[in-house]
Design a protein around this ligand. Structure first.
Ligand SMILES: [Zn+2]
Ligand SMILES: [Zn+2]
Length: 427
């Protein structure tokens, strides 16, 4: 039996077993559905609709596609093949936070690349192959607790630093879901938000990501040979930046130094950092007392202050996948469906469940995305077909690293993960 046939049967059995617990999205009959089947040659099939969840359930039990999606938009005719004939009624605001789109240090350990030109391989995310300078790679992106925590942290920041205080969005209108792979989705379902066009959505994205902030507008200015800093009384970004500066400056000096030197954060050279650290306590006193607002640090002109503020903004701003939020015709993974590249469930979460949620080792069975655990502790024999695989820690147990050709005997849930990832075959 091919890997696909096996996985598809598993998915069918899952949908059969869970059919009465399968979640229903709001305005169900107005959503467009899309899917990606198991057959390699077929891309996403769109413009489908289901009259009610029963029809969807029986479809899933019979067909069990590899991936299932539904639209953020509502349409009177969701199955019309022409976008202009769907009779668009509005779109939820969708935020996709996926570690594929931002740097996490752990990727240097577990994300692999293989050069398509010369076969060279390594870890991390290189621009070009160090051997032949080609930029064509096969990439193997992996999951780990650190990445998933980073993604969760972005969602938490987004909700508690932006959506609730700045936009006044009621938490009951937010639908959070673990994506089943390397991130989280958030959907805001409110009548006002549904009316926003793409341009207005882009403004929200710019605001929460902190892109294109103009520091002069927030108060940063050079006058009479002195630098005047941000005004904390400016609410919104100015306040967030000042709070974050104070938070950073209260860290141990060693940590501040590392952060300022780190190319992935501030990227200052060592002489600038030495000067900053020499004056940091004076600066901290100045901004916390707030009497005068002249920012004076030796070696810090407007350029370095802007660089510092940009680094601070990057710590506050949200790393989201911009096109997903701007495009009103996007489809997102259907809650409760299975992610065909991991075999994990797309898990809906309440805001108060998010903090403790641990996708790779969740103790609350109702929220556990890893659904293919063997009840009898059976193991499965597989052969690795990818060049190399990193260590994977899942359900508190570590597997690997592996090399191509390794024959392994692993628990069912991990076997399903490797088969879905297409890095192993059954033997
Ligand atoms: Zn190469
Ligand atoms: Zn990671």
């Amino acid at each position: 039996m091919s890997n696909y046939t096996y996985l598809r049967r598993l998915f069918q059995a899952y949908y059969q077993e869970k059919q009465f617990e399968f979640p229903k999205v709001s305005s169900f009959d107005l959503r467009e559905f899309g899917l990606i089947p198991w057959e390699k040659k077929v891309y996403m099939k769109r413009h489908m609709s289901f009259d009610n969840p029963d029809v969807l359930r029986s479809y899933l039990i019979t067909d069990a596609p590899r991936h299932l999606y539904s639209s953020g938009s509502l349409y009177l005719k969701p199955d019309a093949p022409d976008m202009n004939k769907k009779e668009y009624q509005g779109c939820d605001f969708i935020i996709d936070i996926d570690v594929d789109h931002f740097y996490t240090p752990c990727k240097d350990q577990h994300d692999l690349w293989i050069c398509k030109e010369c076969g060279n391989d390594g870890t991390g995310i290189p621009q070009t192959c160090p051997n032949c300078k080609s930029s064509k790679f096969t990439k193997v992106s992996w999951v780990c607790d650190q990445c998933l925590d980073a993604a969760k942290n972005e969602i938490t920041k987004l909700i508690s630093n932006f959506l609730i205080p700045d936009f006044g969005i009621d938490e009951k209108k937010m639908k959070i879901a673990f994506s089943g792979h390397r991130g989280y989705h958030l959907k805001i379902e409110s009548e006002d938000i549904r009316k926003l066009n793409s341009e207005e959505r882009r403004e929200i994205v710019d605001y929460v990501s902190g892109k294109n902030i103009n520091f002069e507008i927030l108060g940063l200015n050079e006058r009479f040979n002195g630098i005047y800093g941000l005004l904390e009384e400016n609410i919104g970004w100015s306040q967030k930046i000042m709070k974050k500066i104070i938070e950073v400056l209260n860290k141990p000096t060693k940590q501040i130094e590392a952060l300022l030197l780190d190319k992935n954060h501030f990227g200052f050279n060592s002489s600038v950092v030495t000067s900053f650290l020499k004056y940091k306590n004076d600066f901290l006193e100045l901004i916390t007392k707030g009497e005068r607002n002249v920012w004076a640090i030796e070696g810090f002109g407007l350029t370095n202050w802007k660089k510092l503020l940009k680094g601070i903004v990057a710590l506050i701003g949200i790393e989201l996948d911009e096109p997903v939020s701007i495009d009103i015709h996007r489809l997102i993974r259907y809650p409760g469906s299975l992610h065909g590249k991991t075999g994990f469930k797309v898990q809906e979460l309440e805001l108060n469940e998010l903090d403790d949620f641990n996708p790779l080792d969740e103790s609350n069975e109702k929220l556990d995305p890893i659904v293919f655990k063997s009840k009898k502790n059976l193991t499965y024999k597989l052969e690795i077909v990818e060049n190399k695989l990193p260590i994977t820690t899942i359900k508190g147990e570590s597997f690997g690293p592996y090399d191509k050709g390794d024959k392994i005997d692993v628990p069912h849930h991990f076997a399903v993960f490797l088969l879905c990832k297409e890095v192993a075959k059954t033997i």
